[in-house]
Write a protein that binds this ligand. Sequence first.
Ligand code: PMP
Length: 405
Amino acid sequence: MFDIESVRSDFPILGIQANGRPLVYLDNAATMQMPLPVQQTMQYHYEQVNANVHRGTHYLSHESTKAYEEAREAVASFLHAPSTRNVVFSAGTTGAINMVALGLRDYVGPGDVVVSTVLEHHSNFVPWQQLCLECGAQFKVVGIDQNGNLNLDELRAAVCGGAKVVACTCCSNVLGTVTPIREVVSIAHQAGALCLLDAAQGIRHGVLDVQALDCDFLAFSGHKLGAPTGIGVLYGKMSALELLKPAWFGGEMVDIVTTERTTWEELPLRLEPGTPNYAGAIGLGAALEYLEFVGRKEAAEYEDELVAYAVKSLSHIDGMNVYGNPEHRSGCVSFNIDGVHPFDLCTLIDKMGVALRSGNACAQPLLNALGCTAVARLSPAFYNSFEEIDAAVSAISRGAQILRK
Ligand code: PMP
């Protein structure tokens, strides 16, 4: 059984007042709160260990490097990657995807096909669109059905005749659609394409095994699972990482530098130029450990129950339009209420202590497909309770009544 009270005690921020009301934090698809063990790990690192990594020969540098590389081991084990060499630290999902899109600038050429989907966050859309514009490649966007499920027939048609890359989210940050990533990877591979999975949302909503999935790349951000901001991961198969031409240059990524040329360090350091965010990586290692401690599968199942409960409760509100009805919805639900702008609604319920996201959720192509320009989004994490969903739904209902007057 999932012990929510014990979990909540690890997140003191959940006990604060917002605008004089008990905080109901339901914006976890944007950022999840950080549990105390992660804060304590980082505090300890700065107090007792801190030094630059992979550089000095002194005691602290060794200790700091050890902690940084242990965090890489934690990520490799969390993803079930074959080795730590498959794990590149980045600034986040955006950083990881850009590393791949820029890294493939000699791999994708005129007339080639790169495929993404309408479900994507801008982070897994714009880098591919821009790559195609620069390389003269064709950018194809796969659509969804009326329930918000990814249209696999469209994907098959898009890659028919060959494609270089298929970039797909594991879970939509607007509709909560969990995509059939095994099939997506298999369709991409049959067409000879590399497949990148955006796991920014998916990482907390289930167990991702990169070897079983057989994806070529997978990206995620630490702050979506209780780690600090500014740290993320690019997982890659060795053969796929080897294709990447470094996009950023600087210290530590190099082997020999002369006035004429430079040779590169082995992977993964080749793709980590400059001083890395080692403190963030160490925090990420602690966050993954915390998630294992809580129970990844149990946490994901509980979150799914919260989302399903929210969808049901919201649907009783007058004028409610919940977007999508996907086969599997995880992590969030987005909606609009007739005659009420989501920005006004979220601003008003914030005064009641309820934190939701409003706006385009960095997914303008998807919102265009849904026929709107902004949504309100409710996204629970495993530390939220059913009572908090009730409180949010009642605030939304009251807010809508006030705004309609
Ligand atoms: N992809 C998805 C599905 C996301 O939800 C987000 C964050 N909202 C991102 C990518 C980008 O993550 P970050 O801003 O941490 O780089």
